[in-house]
Design a protein around this ligand. Sequence first.
Ligand SMILES: [Ca+2]
Length: 193
Amino acid sequence: MAKEPSRLASMSTEMWLAAGGGLATLSFLLVAVLQPSIFDPDPEWQASDGCIGGLEHTTEAGVKEHYHPNLKITIDGEYVPIPPNTGIDQAGCREGMRWIHVHDSSETGFTKLHIETPSKMNVPLGAFFEVWERHGGNSPALTEDRKFDIDSNGISDWEDYEITMKVNGQQNSKFEKYVMEDSDDIELTLTSK
Ligand SMILES: [Ca+2]
């Protein structure tokens, strides 16, 4: 009795190609699900150094992007105020405004951040803290390896606090590297360990 040809041997070239394509798509989806961070935009930290209209390094190209995420921070239930005019007329940008700055600030809620850049940039949340640190005094900051130091004691807050972050009410795990978008409500909550 003649053996039946196996199913694999009888597959046409087209079928193999279709199977290969399907496999490639499946692999892509698997990577996207298991490791979504590889598709994230790279944070452009240099955004904290930009200056509009200052004496030192004015942005000649003009502002092309202008958008407004909102930020609220609490430490152990205490609201951390963001000073009005943060990033305006500061060291390194005298008589100008940082690409990330604040005009009015909220007493108890979300403070509007103004992001104004000469081109579309991936501005991370941490870049605002780099701007804020230059406000002087005990301003919140980042450590050298770009971890939150919001209580400005020189030690990463990750050592001393449980930190949670919500963006528009959804948990977010990008923290310092989160690339901000227009109208985001970003809520950082630090709780002493
Ligand atoms: Ca700290």
